[in-house]
Design a protein around this ligand. Structure first.
Ligand code: UD1
Length: 339
């Protein structure tokens, strides 16, 4: 059982991972600057688990402060979630993305080296496969990026690999997420994007509660079952469990590794809309719009390596993902702010 620091720990994936860590007997400590989250998450985690995790307001760019946190709380592993993640915004504000994501990773690694912490789990993304890959994506596919956000994820991975070559005591796990959706089944925690959502599921959810009029389906002339883009949606609770398996694998003394976390099953935009309508009982108005720049027809994982290495199998179905997203959204139309 370990004390584990979660940078970006009050964000969407961090909060769900904290729940599973607590349920597994670990002690997560959530560090965040609240640029896209709130400390209120801790109370919701307490409702679910009976344990209120410690929350520390801190920017990952402050290396000295990180060293202090790592030492004070006797941290054995870091799960590094803290990063900006919006593709469009990264094109507008590349400096902010390189600063926060790349410099943030350098700062975390420097602090870990100073404090003698040897295990890091990185929040990576299927975005590192770029646009030329042929699905199902395997971990040994070449990496590339089509925008600054994707580029930062490629760089964050590379930096960690390089540091681990020089520092033989460092062990890493890179987790390449496909499309995380859904929420804890209790409806206590979930995703609450600020402003107009960029991603499909949050947008669909906001149409369902009447916050947005209709969904724009970006393209219906892709070479897929119904012409709309296919992705590999993974329930955030499955994803969270993947982090716990990964950190346990490292803490057990195993070598560094890089794995996909996905289901391996492609689902189209219209299939997702239909599943959400069934789960919520709400009609989702949509219109067919032009393709979104930078989108590809089909992205899904080869999930074999995570299965072999970690015994990771996804458990939640598309219908579970939609049901849990709806429970969260309908009970928390304003996210963590009271109605
Ligand atoms: C996007 C990012 C990816 C990032 C991930 C984070 C782009 C091009 N890619 O992935 O780099 O890692 O989010 O979660 O932004 N769609 C609609 N209407 C919408 C929104 C989306 O039709 O309003 C479609 C998209 O065309 C796509 C699918 O829904 O086919 C999923 O889109 P999205 O949720 O944005 O995820 P990705 O594009 O896979």
């Amino acid at each position: 059982m370990a004390n584990i620091l979660l940078t970006g720990g009050t964000g969407y994936i961090g909060a769900h991972t904290a729940v599973v860590l607590i349920e597994s007997g670990h002690t997560p400590i959530l560090l965040d600057n609240f640029s896209n989250s709130t400390p209120k998450v801790a109370e919701r985690i307490q409702v679910i688990t009976g344990v209120k995790p410690m929350v520390i307001e801190q920017d990952v760019l402050d290396t000295a402060a990180l060293v202090d946190v790592l030492n004070t709380h006797d941290i054995q592993a870091v799960i590094h979630f803290a990063a900006h993640k919006a593709v469009g915004e990264s094109v507008e504000k590349p400096l902010s993305y390189y600063q926060n994501n790349v410099m943030g990773t350098l700062s975390v690694l420097a602090a870990m080296a100073q404090a003698g912490v040897h295990h890091i789990v990185l929040s990576s993304s299927a975005t590192v496969y770029g646009e030329n890959g042929v699905p199902p994506m395997s971990e040994d596919a070449p990496l590339s990026a089509t925008n600054p956000y994707g580029q930062t994820k490629v760089m964050m991975e590379q930096i960690i690999r390089d540091v681990a070559v020089a520092d033989k005591t460092l062990r890493y796990a890179m987790l390449r997420y496909f499309n995380p959706v859904g929420a804890h089944p209790s409806g206590q925690i979930g995703e609450h994007p600020r402003g107009i959502p960029n991603n499909l599921m949050p947008y669909v959810q906001q149409v369902a509660i009447g916050l947005r009029e209709k969904l724009s389906v970006f393209g219906n002339d892709y070479p897929t079952a119904d012409g709309t883009g296919e992705r590999d949606y993974i329930h955030v609770m499955d994803l969270a469990r993947g982090h716990v398996l990964a950190v346990n694998h490292l803490l057990a003394g195993n070598d560094s590794f890089t794995v996909n976390l996905g289901t391996g099953k492609p689902v189209t935009v219209l299939q997702m809309v239909q599943a959400f309508e069934q789960a919520s009982g709400k009609p989702i108005a949509y219109t067919i719009a032009p393709r979104r720049a930078g989108d590809v027809a089909s992205v899904y994982a080869n999930p074999q390596l995570a299965r072999q290495l970690l015994g990771f199998e996804t458990e939640y179905t598309i219908s579970d993902m939609c049901r849990d997203a709806w429970v969260w959204q309908s009970r928390n139309p304003n996210g963590y702010d009271e109605a």
